[in-house]
Ligand binder design. Structure first.
Ligand code: C6P
Length: 402
């Protein structure tokens, strides 16, 4: 696949920029920006409320967006896709709504040492509130979930296993189906954080055997402020609502109320229609490339970048081999703090992330306070890789003079 830089206005408007922080958020193709503008210019109204044609059009476009996004993630029953602000809100939704109603003192909640805080803290807080215990599955030295240890941790008190599809800090691609099967074998729910899965890998929710899968639109060419929770109908119907207000009710009595059908039961208040339309356009854009092609492109750049960095004395790369990672290169340069490295790279027009990547439990396990992280996407080029390698070499040169 040729690099798609020209589809992304921000990259066109910043010709010297090497944007290598797509794991934090992706840039947006023109097709997404156009779709959102078109909605506001032609069909904007409050959906599900107005008795006039314009509101009906907004309702239809919101519905169509849901169907399109559900198709992208392999979820046939689009009513089982609940829109949220993103992965964080989707995971908090399950932990609060399901966990609040189902977890009892003495129960066990299993997470892994690889998790982003969004898939760690909600479970930690649920365990604390309920008198349950949080068990943290160890990671191997090469940054994988230790499957044998995970299986050994599961038992009759396990209520939920929460784990990521792909690690944001290292790029590790986890065996989702195997973990879901192990969870189900002990009667636990399998909840997956797909924030770094949907942008980079073909995903079929219906085939993965999960109870729920959370994702964010802004990491997959869509706008910020929209994402979702895909879940089984059984889970969504069994969970109480998460928030209360307009649209999520059926009948409101003075003493009690009843709830709207799925997915509206979990979408209180005026919905984020334009961003849903933008995310649907992002799905269309990515499908136009083909997710298998997206993966091939990223893998090629990742391999080149890793070879180039490892040729620099003092570079350490974290995580498993490139074939078991998404387009993430997490590394350190001996004698240079990752923040200094990121600053020097910025001076060469290279954007990377440095720090703990919202994964402090993982950093403790790897015994590093921080790493530098370069991450690739559909618009990344060989020039970006060359600029990264040149910038790291420059940082080494600067610091060798101290
Ligand atoms: N990771 C990163 O630079 P939100 O913020 O809700 O869209 O996504 C949270 C989240 C949850 N899980 C994983 C695996 C993630 O990577 C993220 C977001 C960004 O790595 C920003 S911290």
């Amino acid at each position: 696949m040729s690099a798609r830089r020209e589809d992304f206005p921000l990259l066109v408007n910043n010709p010297g920029l090497h944007y290598l922080d797509s794991a934090a958020t992706s840039q947006k193709p023109r097709a997404v920006l156009d779709a959102m503008r078109d909605y506001y210019e032609r069909d904007n109204a409050n959906p599900h409320r107005g008795a006039y044609d314009l509101s009906a059009r907004a309702t239809e476009r919101y519905h169509d967006a849901r169907v399109r996004i559900a198709k992208f993630i392999g979820l046939q029953d689009s009513d089982c896709l609940v829109f949220t602000r993103g992965t964080t809100e989707a995971l908090n939704l399950v932990a609060t709504a399901w966990g609040g109603a189902n977890v009892q003192p003495g129960d066990e909640i299993v997470v892994t040492g690889l998790e982003h805080h969004a898939n760690f803290v909600p479970w930690q807080q649920l365990a604390r509130a309920k008198g349950a215990s949080l068990r943290i599955c160890p990671v191997t030295t090469d940054g994988r979930i230790d499957l044998e240890q995970l299986k050994g941790m599961l038992g009759e008190r396990t209520r939920v296993v929460a784990f990521s599809h792909v690690s944001n800090a290292l790029g590790t691609i986890n065996p989702v189906t195997e973990i879901a099967r192990a969870a189900h074998a002990v009667g636990a729910l399998a909840i997956c954080d797909g924030a770094q899965g949907t942008p980079h890998l073909p995903v079929s929710f219906d085939a993965l055997g999960l109870d729920a899968y959370a994702f964010s639109g802004h990491k997959m060419c869509g706008p910020m402020g929209i994402g979702g929770l895909a879940a089984t109908r059984a889970l969504l119907e069994s969970m109480p609502p998460y928030q209360f207000g307009g649209d999520m009710i059926e009948i409101v009595g003075d003493e009690r109320s009843t709830w709207n059908a799925l997915p509206h039961k979990f979408e209180a208040g005026t919905p984020n229609v334009a961003d849903a339309i933008g995310l649907a356009a992002a799905c269309e854009y990515l499908d136009g490339i083909g997710m298998a092609q997206v993966r091939t492109h990223e893998l090629a750049l990742l391999g080149r970048a890793q070879d180039a960095l490892l040729a620099i004395d003092g570079v350490t790369v974290y995580g498993p081999g490139v074939n078991d990672r998404s387009g993430v290169l997490s590394f350190t340069l001996e004698g240079v703090h990752p923040h200094d490295l990121a600053t020097i790279l910025d001076q060469q027009g290279v954007c990377i992330r440095a720090g703990h990547h919202c994964a402090q439990p993982l950093m403790r396990r790897l015994a590093v306070p921080a790493t530098a992280r370069a991450s690739f996407y559909v618009y990344s080029t060989e020039e970006d890789v060359a600029a990264l390698a040149a910038g790291v070499a420059r940082a080494k040169e600067i610091f060798s003079n101290f």
